[in-house]
Design a binder for this molecule. Structure first.
Ligand code: CO
Ligand code: CO
Length: 329
């Protein structure tokens, strides 16, 4: 099922029109937000998926970092998490499950949150993830809305995890070869989120299954703007574009490209492998942050000082016929 079909099903669900619901089903935001009192709103999200790599501990880390990311993308602070587990209890060694859970717990601990419990069901295909609850001040919620023309777009992780995992599954690359991608996927968006809050950012999202352009499209639509993406400024994981040139592109990238075909315009020379990368579904990708041009330098400097990578990859424009304009050479 493509993202378009799923989006239309979700948008047809009846909404909950309570004043406490600050961010609900209507916008394609990363997490839901429910106000408790003047100072505090709950941020809630859930995410789980099948293993992207063989090492069960690292898979647990990646799945947890990915689930926590939606709290960070909303500017929230994760507090509690629940494990969601599907596992072939009678066919696979339970030690493997133990390793997955240990990896997840490691990341939750690093986030400063706790795991309170969870649920496991028997399933031939293992899956793991978390339901996460966090908090945010009601005035400091970061959403897809609110990107303003003239603002710059900052991306905090390089692209290409979907392509590299495809190359790994196709046995073209080894886990050692894709170590930079693994390092990127296990990295929490914690520092990125805390730092953007210090700079008063109000518009951001994280880059996951719909790829950079899919999530940029959600940001553009909710903010009623056009986003300009500069291909020459995009950071790529090592070998990602080489693997794309060899055709090692996940089906999801083509689904994303198909869904966005009337929404994305291309300007100048944009190579095919770069296009594939821009649509590549990311696992535990970085944040895409929109902020005032005069604050961008400061944000980048502060992120770099804290060991967090970040690049300016585009600009917000007045709404035009395309939601996204990809500018090549
Ligand atoms: Co998200
Ligand atoms: Co999600």
């Amino acid at each position: 099922m493509g993202p378009g079909t799923l989006a239309s099903i979700l948008s047809n669900l009846p909404g909950f029109n309570y004043p406490e619901v600050l961010v609900g089903l209507e916008t394609s935001d990363d997490a839901g937000v429910y106000q408790l009192n003047q100072e505090t709103a709950l941020v809630q999200t859930v995410d789980f998926f099948t293993p992207v790599i063989d090492d069960p501990f690292v898979f647990g880390q990646i799945a947890a970092a990915n689930a926590l990311s939606d709290i960070y993308a909303m500017g929230g602070k994760p507090l509690t998490a629940m494990n969601i587990v599907c596992f072939p209890v009678n066919c696979l060694d339970l030690q493997i499950l133990g390793q997955i859970l240990a990896g997840g717990a490691d990341k939750v601990r690093q986030a400063g949150a706790v795991i309170l419990g969870g649920h496991t069901i028997e399933d031939p295909e293992p899956k793991y993830g978390l339901a996460v609850t966090g908090v945010v001040h009601p005035n400091q919620i970061v959403t897809n809305q609110g990107a303003q023309p003239g603002e710059l777009l900052v991306l905090t992780k390089p692209l290409g995890t979907g392509i590299l995992v495809t190359a790994l599954k196709g046995e073209v690359l080894t886990e050692t070869d894709i170590q930079p991608a693994i390092d990127s996927m296990v990295l929490l968006n914690k520092v990125a989120a805390e730092t953007m809050q210090e700079f008063g950012v109000r518009a951001a999202t994280d880059i996951t299954g719909f790829g950079l352009l899919g999530h940029a499209y959600e940001l553009a639509t909710a903010s009623r703007c056009t986003l300009e993406i500069w291909v020459e400024s995009i950071p790529w994981l090592p070998q990602a574009r080489d693997m794309a040139k060899m055709g090692l592109v996940p089906a999801g990238a083509y689904a994303n490209q198909y869904y966005l075909k009337d929404r994305v315009g291309f300007n100048g020379l944009v190579e095919e492998d770069a296009k594939d990368g821009l649509f590549d579904p990311q696992t535990s990708g970085g944040l895409l942050i929109s902020l005032a041009e005069d604050k961008a330098d400061g944000l980048l400097r502060q992120l770099h000082a804290r060991g967090q990578s970040a690049w300016v990859v585009g600009r917000v424009r007045e709404p035009e016929s395309f939601s996204i304009l990809v500018c090549g050479r």
